[in-house]
Structure formats: structure tokens, C-alpha cells
Design a protein around this ligand. Structure first.
Ligand code: NAD
Length: 356
């Protein structure tokens, strides 16, 4: 298989962690007989410095014409005072919009080797945490109309939360299909006891559930979900929810693993083009020191192989190589435990590549 990948290393630790993901992807290509071609695109602060904009039109065109996009992270204190129109994160919103990335997939997995890093008690973790949140990314209150106006002598602010049936159905299908590839259990998160958007959400999900009889479907209210994620996270397989609920719940879920450097994510469009990135930011406090944890980016590479290129065996191989390296006791600084061997960012990439 020959695939063209747009590489967007970005700022801070971005270039360091993306280099390790490429090392691992190249090893996969060698082992399984594929060719991955990379085109590097400046994004975020480094692009502002070089080109005056957070992403150039040419860079955007490269992303659109590639088979997939792998991102490090953008931003940092150097660009905090940039005018809103050219801030680093503007580029991320632009790429999401241009590529039509409406579905954000965030797996939350507690590696048993890192259980002590979780803020949850051992008896709550039980047999581990392995859930996936499917978040709608381009609709809802973040994209609805908003205004602040004076009414009867005081300011009143309004944010509108629109959802159309086709937007709900589109994300619902991604969720059901994802559940089919995992444990075949799907919980749809809403606030149907209060919100009209949630009632339409629930109705649409129920209709879809009839098309997926193999998936055990349930509804759960968002406030209860927030509680259950702490009380018994092992009960969940796939969760699907709207934009703002997903924003909040996916951050809550990622904390259950206690290690932000380990978490991958994927943002998908209705075609095969998607963007794959670790969930963390550019970590300016540790940039340039070769101590960042590259595993979230390496695992994002695995998601890219699975979802963009349908290379499940290759994705499994990366995930099991990461597991083996952790089993052998190698840790980057952020996940270091007593009795383990501390390694740098580049050594961690080498170790995963060697295990393949
Ligand atoms: P952050 O995720 O960059 O860092 C939070 C903490 O986690 C820091 O102490 C950092 O050192 C640590 N950390 C993060 N990733 C790590 C890794 N791979 N290995 C080891 N430690 C890691 O969040 P922040 O400090 O709030 O934001 C820093 C910058 O990143 C800001 O400019 C922010 O806007 C940007 N940001 C970008 C993205 C993105 O590009 N998707 C996401 C979030 C934040």
C-alpha cells in the first residue's frame, strides 16, 4: 500500500513527538511492505513566524490532497499575544472545517502497567478502563448564533444550540460502526429530560439502533455519565455525544488514566480523510529537552492505520509494541514509577520500533 501523509509537527514538543511516530510508522512500512510518503506542513506558531499566518493556503491544500494528516500540537506563550485572527489554534479550526472533520474519536485506555497513575482507587478501576468517546465536532452550541444585548437595563447573553437530524444521524452512524468494531456496546449521552436538541438526538439514535441489532444500545443522561465515569468506568465501551458534552466528558475521561502523554485521538470526515493527534498540547515547559512522552502520537499513528487505511493488523502491532515496552519497565519522565527505567522521547520511539 502506498499512502501520502501530511505531517504537521507544529510547536513546542510537536516536532519531537511526531518524529518518533514517523520512526514507528516507517518500521511498520518496512515490516508489512507498505510505503508511506510524508509532506511536512508548517502549522501554528512556527507558521506565523515563517509565513505570517497559522497555516498557508498551500499547506491547507497539501492536507486536503493527502490520504491522512498527522498532527503534533500547536501554540505556546510566544504567540499568546497574537491578534485573534492569526492565533495558532485558528489553524486547527480551519483544518477541521476545510476537511469536514465532524467526528472526534477519543479512546481512553488505562494501561494496566500504569494503573497507579490513575486518580481512581484500584477497586474502582477493577478490570481496567477501555472506553471510546465519539464526540460531534462541528455542530451544537459552539457553532450556533450568539449575542450579548442590553435588555431592561442589563446585559443578557444568548448562545443557540442547533442540531439537525442529518448531523445527528451522521455522528450516530460513526458511533454504531465504531461499536461494531469494538465491544458492540453503545451508550448515547444526552439531556433529553430538558433539551429539545437532546430529544431529537435520542429519537434519531433509537431509529439508527434498529439498523444495528448486534449493538447493545442504551441512553444515559449527561450528568449521570459524568458520575458513572468516576464510579464505574469499566461499564462503558463506546459513548456518543454532542459537541459540548463531549468536550467536557472526554477531558474528564482522559484524566482517569492519569497520563495525558499517552492518549491518542482521531477526527474523521465522511470520507477516509482524517486528522490524527495526541490529546495534549505543545507542552512548552518541556519542549526541546527530548523528555516528552511520544506514545500518544505513536498511538495516534496506530489509529490512522486502523481508521484511514484499514490496516488493523499493523495498528494492533503498534499497540502491542507499546504494551511490550511498558511491560519491560521503560518509562518517559511523565509516567516514571519506582523500579522502572527512565528513557528519553527518542529512546521511547526506538524501543517501540524495535518491538515491531
Ligand atoms: P499541555 O497539554 O501542553 O501541557 C499540560 C501539562 O502536561 C504540561 O505540564 C506538559 O509538560 C505536560 N505534557 C503534555 N504533553 C506531554 C507529553 N507528551 N509528555 C510529557 N508531558 C506532557 O497543555 P497547556 O500547558 O495547557 O498548553 C500549552 C500550549 O498548548 C498552549 O499554547 C495551548 O493553547 C496549546 N494546546 C494545543 C493543543 C493542540 O494543539 N491540539 C491542545 C491543547 C493545548
Amino acid at each position: 500500500m502506498i499512502k501520502h501523509i501530511a505531517l504537521l509537527p507544529g510547536d513546542g514538543i510537536g516536532p519531537e513527538i511526531v518524529a518518533e511516530a514517523v520512526k514507528v510508522l516507517d518500521r511498520v512500512a518496512e515490516k508489512f511492505g507498505h510505503t508511506f510518503n510524508y509532506t511536512e506542513v508548517d502549522i501554528g506558531g512556527c507558521s506565523i513566524d515563517r509565513h505570517g499566518v497559522p497555516i498557508t493556503d498551500e499547506g491547507m491544500a497539501t492536507c486536503k490532497s493527502s490520504d491522512s494528516v498527522l498532527l503534533g500540537a500547536v501554540g505556546g506563550p510566544k504567540w499568546d499575544s497574537c491578534p485573534p485572527a492569526i492565533r495558532p489554534e485558528k489553524a486547527l479550526l480551519a483544518v477541521r472545517k476545510e476537511l469536514g472533520l465532524f467526528a472526534n474519536l477519543r479512546p481512553t485506555r488505562l494501561f494496566p502497567q500504569l494503573a497507579s497513575a490513575s486518580p481512581l482507587k484500584e477497586e474502582v478501576i477493577g478490570n481496567g478502563i477501555d472506553l471510546l468517546i465519539v464526540r460531534e465536532l462541528t455542530g451544537g452550541v459552539y457553532f450556533g448564533q450568539r449575542k450579548t444585548e442590553e435588555v431592561d437595563g442589563e446585559l443578557v447573553a444568548t448562545d443557540i444550540m442547533p442540531y439537525s437530524e442529518h448531523e445527528i444521524e451522521r455522528i450516530g452512524r460513526v458511533a454504531f460502526e465504531t461499536a461494531m468494531k469494538r465491544g458492540k456496546r453503545l451508550a448515547s449521552v444526552d439531556k433529553a429530560n430538558v433539551l429539545d436538541t437532546s430529544r431529537l438526538w435520542r429519537k434519531t439514535m433509537h431509529r439508527l439502533s434498529e439498523e444495528y441489532p448486534e449493538v447493545t444500545y442504551s441512553d444515559i443522561l449527561v450528568d449521570n455519565t459524568a458520575m458513572q465515569l468516576i464510579r464505574n468506568p469499566g461499564q462503558f465501551d463506546v459513548l456518543v455525544t454532542e459537541n459540548m458534552f463531549g468536550d467536557i466528558l472526554s477531558d474528564e475521561a482522559s484524566m482517569l488514566t492519569g497520563s495525558i502523554g499517552m492518549m491518542p485521538s482521531a477526527s474523521l470526515s465522511s470520507g477516509t480523510l482524517g486528522m490524527y493527534e495526541p490529546i495534549h498540547g505543545s507542552a512548552p515547559d518541556i519542549a526541546g529537552q527530548n523528555i516528552a512522552n511520544p506514545l500518544g502520537t505513536i498511538l495516534s499513528g496506530a489509529m490512522m492505520l486502523r481508521y484511514a487505511f484499514s490496516l488493523s493488523e499493523e495498528a494492533d502491532a503498534i499497540e502491542s509494541a507499546v504494551n511490550k515496552v511498558l511491560d519491560l519497565g521503560y518509562r518517559t519522565t511523565d509516567i516514571m514509577q519506582e523500579g522502572c527505567k527512565k528513557v528519553s522521547c527518542s529512546e521511547m520511539g526506538d524501543l517501540v520500533a524495535q518491538q515491531l
